[in-house]
Ligand binder design. Structure first.
Ligand code: 5AD
Ligand code: SF4
Length: 433
């Protein structure tokens, strides 16, 4: 969501004559777009703001945007004297005017919510060349007790379906064929007339679109209509990121997730029955207040039962003002125990994804080449079911769809060899087991 917001800011500023630079060194304006979801995200921002000082010219304007700006408001200006703008997620339209004011020496905090703000007329300038992030919903009406997002992004609101479809058509005109629909609980999307099922079908039917993904859904908003739309729209990829947070019903209750372990499993079963070859990934929090050994074991056992392809795992981070911070202090889990549980969870998740991935060796799959891999030699590509595949091919192939055979896996990622494309035939790489 933050990348999408940065692309909107970039588009808004480009329309006002600003040009991007690759390095902060000597820039006229430096905006730091921030996340507030966990404390360490904010700690990194504070460090980054300090580092940026040495790149500033006397007239450089530094602004802090995003959820941390929304959460802290004017406190950012007090803590970092070199910052002159603090702008929350609904205030980006005013950026050019705010920058003009800052140039006159003024300081601003813009953190009002605007429930009508969808930046409909702002043309995003995209950073990534291969897929497009499309925000379809802003804010969140859930109140998970650990989560700062409802405070920083405000109430849920959705864009109109025709507006989303129009943006997807523009994306195709720009030469992209994969879109990722974004929302905090994206499958609760409703524009008053259309639900998320309608949106998936409409976006999936746009001429030239080959892959539709979305993130992140809430398990309670998976109506049979949505699952059917996913199953029946060939462009919608066979992957769902389905945050579970915990495998224990009592813990889920304290988190106010509004589903039980059994209901989560039932949701998974409905999805798997409807969508063959479905890959599932998830989010899990460890060390939430009061987490007993038994509750943690329930999380491990749910991971084993569902056999996720992958998971993002987080140590609980108390966020100021959230209900979790008002739980009895004796419920706090000691750091050492959190660390121990976290390690066990990581080992369990990694073990299962390795087993899942080993079974895939030898399979042939279609990948979209995204970028040059970090090692600088192979290209990094993605299958429809969200597997990362390293492919030996020329960087001219970025943006192309290739058919590859999965020939090796590190346990987490694959190496693949292009097949059925004579120019790209290369010797089989050694399996990297
Ligand atoms: N502490 C740890 N993890 C959190 N998440 C959200 N809030 C917190 C928190 N306070 C995690 C959840 C969510 C993901 C985006 O971040 O797992 O799904
Ligand atoms: Fe946060 Fe829960 Fe909303 Fe997700 S659904 S953004 S975890 S409050």
């Amino acid at each position: 969501m933050n990348v999408a917001d940065s692309e909107l800011m970039y588009g808004k500023l480009a329309a006002h004559g600003y040009e991007p630079v690759d390095l902060p060194d000597g820039a006229d304006v430096i905006l730091v777009n921030t996340c507030a979801i966990r404390e360490n995200a904010e700690t990194r921002v504070i460090g980054r703001l300090g580092e940026l000082k040495r790149f500033m010219k006397p007239d450089t304007i530094v602004g802090v945007t995003g959820c941390m700006a929304q959460r802290l408001g004017p406190r950012v200006l007090d803590q970092a004297k070199h910052v002159s703008l603090v702008v929350g997620p609904d205030g980006y339209r005013a950026l050019p005017a705010l920058l003009d004011g800052a140039r006159r020496g003024e300081k601003f905090t813009a953190t009002d919510f605007d429930l009508e703000e969808h930046y409909e007329d702002v043309v995003a300038r995209r950073f990534e060349g291969v897929k497009a992030w499309i925000p379809v919903q802003r804010g969140c009406d859930y109140r998970c007790t650990y989560c700062i997002v409802p405070t920083t992004r405000g109430p849920e609101r959705s864009r109109k379906l025709p507006d989303v479809v129009r943006e997807v058509q523009q994306v195709v005109e720009q030469g992209l064929s994969e879109v990722v629909l974004l929302g905090q609980t994206v499958n609760s999307y409703t524009d008053g007339t259309h639900d998320f099922a309608d949106l998936l079908r409409a976006v999936g039917a746009v001429d030239g679109i080959r892959r539709v993904r979305y993130t992140s859904p809430h398990p309670n908003d998976f109506s049979d209509r949505v699952i059917a739309a996913m199953a029946e729209t060939p462009t919608v990829c066979e992957h769902i990121h389905l945050p579970m947070q915990s495998g224990s019903t009592s813990m889920l209750k304290r988190m106010l997730r509004r589903y039980s372990r059994e209901e989560y499993l039932e949701c998974v079963a409905r999805m798997r029955a409807a969508i063959p070859g479905l890959a599932l990934t998830t989010d899990i929090i460890v060390g939430f207040p009061g987490e007993t050994d038994e509750e943690f074991e329930d999380t491990l056992s749910l991971v084993r039962e569902v056999r996720f392809d992958d998971a993002f795992m987080f140590k609980f981070s108390p966020r100021e003002g959230t209900p979790a911070t008002r739980m009895p202090p004796e419920w706090t889990i000691p750091d050492a125990l959190v660390a121990q549980r976290f390690e066990r969870l990581v080992a369990t998740v990694r073990g299962i994804s390795r087993e899942n991935n080993l079974k895939r060796l030898g399979d042939t799959t279609e990948v979209l080449v995204e970028k040059v891999a970090r090692d600088g030699e192979l290209l990094q590509a993605r299958s429809r079911d969200f597997k990362t595949v390293m492919v030996p091919a020329d960087s001219a192939r970025i943006g192309d769809y290739l058919t590859v055979q999965l020939t090796g896996t590190t346990g987490a990622t694959f190496t693949g060899t292009p097949v059925g494309d004579k120019k790209e035939r290369v010797p089989l790489p050694m399996a990297t087991l």
